[in-house]
Write a protein that binds this ligand. Structure first.
Ligand code: AKG
Ligand code: FE2
Length: 203
């Protein structure tokens, strides 16, 4: 018994228009969520990717990992298919159940502290198809997530707690950008898994 009067309410759409964003809390028992966080932090081979900006290779302000049943290209880098490891496979099953759709790729982000971030973007690559459903699982430190409408400038702010899932669907990626800004607060690491359904890319 959590004492939360609304614990069993269906989640409501957090966007006012042009898409659907749902936040689901407590997606697994707390012990499992804590264990999942520890296992991902220590058991995933985290990469420091770089992005080319004004002719220079700049380290992206977070660590990443990628797994998928199909090859994928992001930031111009070709990633051959790489099967889901045992630590991630059950999380895919959970994401599929929560979102009601199948996923064949996952991008993991580790935000080591408040200096790590992801800047404004939409997950609108052609290989994700029209109106993709994306399930984004959060473990570890709570961080704030922003959405900004591309035309109206409307802004939405959502705190993403440990052991939660953010499901984005409908027109969200056409109409809205999202970011996870840096914070001046002293914060510990956060891990995010972004499950997607991607069409295969050829080299
Ligand atoms: O960390 C997050 O919650 C968002 C990550 C994200 O937007 C992405 O990987 O495309
Ligand atoms: Fe994204």
């Amino acid at each position: 018994m959590t004492g939360d009067l609304f614990a069993n309410e269906p989640p409501r759409n957090l966007l006012p228009f042009d898409g659907q964003v749902l936040l689901l809390r407590g997606i697994m028992p707390d012990d499992d969520a804590d264990r999942t966080f520890d296992r991902l932090l220590s058991g995933i081979v985290w990469q420091q990717e770089t992005a080319r900006m004004a002719g220079k290779e700049i380290p992206v302000p977070r660590l990443t990992a990628w797994f998928g049943e199909v090859a994928y290209r992001y930031s111009g880098v070709y990633h051959p298919a790489s099967p889901f490891p045992a630590k991630v496979a059950p999380l895919r099953d959970l994401a599929e159940n929560l979102a009601g759709t199948a996923f064949n790729t996952v991008l993991l982000n580790q935000y080591r502290d408040g200096r790590d971030s992801v800047s404004w973007h939409a997950d609108d690559e052609d290989v994700l198809g029209e109106n993709p459903v994306i399930a984004s699982l959060s473990f570890g430190e709570e961080r704030r997530f922003h959405l900004r409408h591309k035309k109206t400038g409307d802004r939405i702010s959502i705190d993403l707690p440990h052991n939660s899932a953010l499901i984005m669907g409908g027109e969200t990626q056409h109409s809205w950008l999202h970011q996870l800004p840096k914070t001046a607060k002293q914060v510990g690491p956060r891990i995010n898994l972004t499950f997607r359904n991607t069409s295969p890319e050829s080299r």
